[in-house]
Structures are given as C-alpha cells and as structure tokens.
Design a protein around this ligand. Structure first.
Ligand code: SAH
Length: 228
C-alpha cells in the first residue's frame, strides 16, 4: 500500500526498519570486505535500495546477492555497487556517466557523491521505471536516456568518471574517448562466465588499466540483443 511519510515522500511503508537493515548491510557486507571510503559508506546507508526492486523483493533488498528487476536483468549485489563506486574516487564536482541504468539504484548512489549523473539503458521499460523511481526520490541530478550505451552519451562528454554495469568483450572505444584526462572508468570485461572488473585511468591521453576483481555481470548487448 502506498503511504506518504513525514517527509512527504511516497513510500511503501510495511513496518520494516529498512534503515537498520541498511546499517547491517554496510557493516557485514561492505565495510568488513574492505570498502572504507566514508562518503561511499554514507551513501550506501542512505539510498533506499528496497525502493528500486519489485515489491515482492523488498524484504531481500539488503541481502548479500543480486536481485531480479524485470526484463531478465538484475540489480548488482550491494558490495559490488559500493566497491565500484569507491574505485571511481568521486569528487562533489564530478560529472559521471553510467552505462546500464537497470533499476537506477547505482545511479542514485553516484548521485549522492557527485554533481551530475548521466545514465543510459537499452531496455525502454527499465529506463522508464528507473526515471520514475529517481524522480519520486527527488534525484534531480540524474538524467536517464534510453539507448545503446556502447556509444556512451557524447553530448555531455567528457566525463570525470565512467561506470559500466553490463559486460562487453572489450572496452568500447566511444567510452574511452568520452573519459576526461585524469578520469577513471570501471567496467566488467570478458565472456559471459569469465569477466574481470577493470579499472582504467586516462593519463597523458593514454589508458592505463588493471584488473581488480573477477565478477559476473549481464552482457552488454546491442538493440538486436547481440552481445558486444
Ligand atoms: N546498474 C543497475 C544494474 C544494471 S544490470 C542497477 O543499479 O540496477 C545491467 C543493465 O545493463 C541491464 O538493465 C541491461 O538492460 C543494460 N544494458 C545491457 N546492454 C546495454 C547497452 N548496450 N546499453 C545500455 N544498457 C545496456
């Protein structure tokens, strides 16, 4: 049932202390695994992850695993969201590009830490739902676009940071071009079952990269559903 809470936000209030669940999530899944950036931990504590997943999964929203969000897609495990966010080392003035909006949750976490977020999602229904959720939660510094994120979002480039939450076989050239000098990109790269999270940094126009973690993301696909 929809309620309005004291702050005037429309919420699904079911008596659960979600803030407490977020506190446990941050302590047991995130801080304990080595994410220490205080701003990132605060953002993870603040963003209401359960409001980004279907209502039937609200009770599981703060558990240590990914969850289905519709259209065969998933919202990443909380630890991975925190880990990737920390790796970008965001400043409050930064402009960030995300590829793979999904539920909009990662975009909301980024929006807590930087000036503006541009996020691209190839599935129209997910782009619409994420836009709605982010509007309801007053994330006015996030812009969502339906489209093929392989091409990035050139109109607003360059970006101080780029985060990709679907996995291509190689780092897309347009994304490399749209990263500002000194900027960082984090992206899962590889085949369906064997991907590595790669951190790239642009120095003197060249990209230095290193692998940071084995992961499993959904593939980056084009509009015909073929994987990159
Ligand atoms: N960051 C999301 C999780 C994303 S799951 C969240 O916080 O919920 C990966 C998403 O990437 C899926 O929604 C999928 O549809 C999308 N995707 C796959 N290929 C894409 C492409 N070429 N461009 C943009 N989005 C893509």
């Amino acid at each position: 049932m929809a309620f309005f809470n004291l702050h005037g936000n429309s919420q699904y209030y079911d008596g659960t202390d979600y803030r407490k669940l977020r506190g446990v999530m941050v302590d047991r899944q995130i801080r304990s695994r080595g994410v220490t950036d205080d701003r990132v931990l605060k953002a993870m504590l603040k963003v209401e992850r359960h409001l980004f997943v279907p209502e039937k999964y609200h009770s599981e929203a703060y558990q240590d695993h990914p969850l289905p969000i519709g259209a065969g897609q998933t919202i990443s495990q909380p630890y991975i969201v925190a880990f990737m966010t920390e790796a970008l080392d965001l400043k409050p003035t930064d402009k960030v590009l995300e590829i793979g909006t999904g539920s909009g949750y990662q975009a909301a976490v980024l929006a807590e830490l930087c000036d503006s977020v541009y996020t691209v999602e190839i599935v129209g229904m997910l782009a619409e739902m994420a836009t709605k959720t982010l509007n309801e939660l007053h994330y006015t510094n996030v812009s969502v676009k339906e489209g093929d994120g392989y091409e990035g979002w050139p109109e607003n480039a360059p970006y101080d940071a780029i985060i990709v939450t679907c996995a291509p076989n190689q780092v897309p050239e347009p994304l490399k071009d749209q990263l500002r000098e000194g900027g960082k990109m984090i992206i899962p790269v590889g085949q369906t079952y064997a991907q590595e999270l790669v951190l790239l940094e642009k120095k003197d126009g060249k990209l230095k990269q290193h692998k940071v973690l084995p992961v499993r993301f959904v593939p980056m696909v084009n509009e015909k559903g073929k994987r990159y």
